[in-house]
Design a protein around this ligand. Structure first.
Ligand SMILES: NC(=O)c1ccc[n+]([C@@H]2O[C@H](COP(=O)([O-])OP(=O)(O)OC[C@H]3O[C@@H](n4cnc5c(N)ncnc54)[C@H](O)[C@@H]3O)[C@@H](O)[C@H]2O)c1
Length: 379
């Protein structure tokens, strides 16, 4: 039986008070129907910096202590290292809280199965933060593509060309290791762009990929390349790296009637998007775009604020999760398929990731051995 949503402000707890937790606290503060009542983090100094900035009523060293000390927390946000997401999500859901989890949702499809089973059993929601899906511009473009108004998608590009230094980014102990991060830049960084791509193009059909460790002193890959074929027939070239000094996040889809592009770094607004009609579509070599393609004037950028507003609205109404926070499988499947294809040296299809497949268990358990296969295969 579905539980009644609360009519008072949502009581929110943040677990992990590091870098991204600040964006969560700011987004909660922007919502008059929600309040942060407690946080948990074993690092006392990090916790102190956070509470000094946001003035949180109560703090705890870990999630278990928080759940024991706080009656009636409605939503637990997981802002912790990815290797903790599965157990913490199951713990919070089983205690009766909804969960908003930072990307990557978990380290493997099997872990995602576990979390969603716990959510169903508890009749609670599990929302993942893929904020590239949010903002007025992306919603408009997604609707134009889904309705067919932009023609049939044919070919695309999905680039996560970011720069992460050894001495700071990879100095954090959980990063760059299969056991704690579950993957390299593909899972940790590129999943944002893959998620946006899949939000625009829908189900994938086949992945052919290679992974490399070109420069960073890490256990995982630092660069990967892939060809992804979507169920709608579109073929997309995906490059993900932590080694690109001029950083960019770029997604492009060429359809039968238009080129759709978004270029930004960590967040986009209407100025990041460009829709170019095909030559000759309306007569001339450089035709005007139809008025219906124009991006909305009431532009709201992508980010945690619109994502949390949409998720909280769903929690307050008792309705299903909004499209911007639903379907966590798609981008995690794409990441898994890219690693699997690189490891196996052959194209991978959704059938390879069907229930019972060992590929669903991901790469955290024997990543070093897998990486050896990734690095040497076909060379
Ligand atoms: N959506 C985005 O744009 C975005 C950006 C950055 C990071 N992230 C994601 O957010 C998550 C956290 O990343 P971060 O950069 O904030 O990391 P971080 O290292 O800055 O913060 C993580 C915090 O978790 C705490 N922690 C560790 N173990 C804990 C435990 N058992 N219980 C409670 N807290 C614990 C650490 O002490 C630390 O303060 C990762 O999944 C990351 O991929 C998302």
């Amino acid at each position: 039986m579905t539980q009644e949503p609360p009519t008072r402000p949502l009581r929110v707890a943040l677990v992990g008070t590091g870098a991204i937790a600040h964006a969560h606290a700011a987004a909660v503060a922007a919502d008059p129907g929600a309040e942060v009542v407690a946080v948990a983090d074993p690092a006392a100094e990090v916790r102190a910096t956070f509470t000094e900035r946001f003035g949180v009523p109560r703090t705890y060293p870990d999630l278990a202590a928080l759940l024991a000390g706080e009656a009636g927390v409605d939503v637990v946000h997981l802002c912790t290292p990815p290797g903790l997401h599965r157990d913490q999500a199951v713990q919070a859901l089983s205690a009766g809280a909804h969960v908003v989890c930072e990307k990557p949702p978990v380290l493997s499809l099997t872990e995602l199965d576990d979390v969603l089973a716990a959510a169903r059993a508890a009749d609670r929601q599990y929302a993942v933060v893929f904020q590239q899906r949010t903002g007025t511009a992306v919603g408009h473009v997604q609707r134009l593509l889904a309705s067919g108004e932009l023609g049939r998608p044919l070919v695309g590009i999905c680039h996560t060309l970011w720069y992460r230094k050894q001495e700071d980014y990879y100095a954090v102990p959980w990063r760059g290791r299969w056991a704690t991060e579950g993957g390299g830049p593909l899972l940790g960084l590129g999943i944002h762009q893959l998620d946006l791509l899949a939000f625009l193009l829908g189900d994938w059909a086949e992945v052919d990929a290679r992974a490399f460790r070109l420069d960073r002193d890490v256990e995982t890959e630092d660069t990967s390349v892939a060809t992804v074929r979507f169920a709608n027939g579109a073929v997309v070239s995906v490059v993900t790296t932590a080694l690109a000094p001029r950083q960019t996040s770029y997604v492009r889809v060429d359809t039968t009637t238009a080129t759709v592009e978004v270029e930004h770094l960590y967040g986009h607004d209407a100025s990041s998007w460009r829709l170019t009609p095909a030559p000759g579509r309306t007569g001339g070599e450089h035709p005007e775009a139809p008025a219906s393609w124009a991006l909305p004037a009431d532009d709201e950028p992508s980010g945690h604020v619109p994502l949390l507003r949409a998720v909280y609205d769903a929690l307050r109404s008792g309705g299903p999760l909004p499209p911007v926070a639903a379907e966590p499988y798609r981008s995690l499947e794409l990441v898994t398929a890219i690693y699997a294809s690189a490891a196996l040296g052959r194209p991978v299809t959704p059938a390879d990731l069907a229930p019972g497949s060992p590929l669903r268990d991901g790469f955290a358990h024997d990543g070093v051995e897998d990486l050896r296969a990734l690095s040497t295969h076909r060379s």
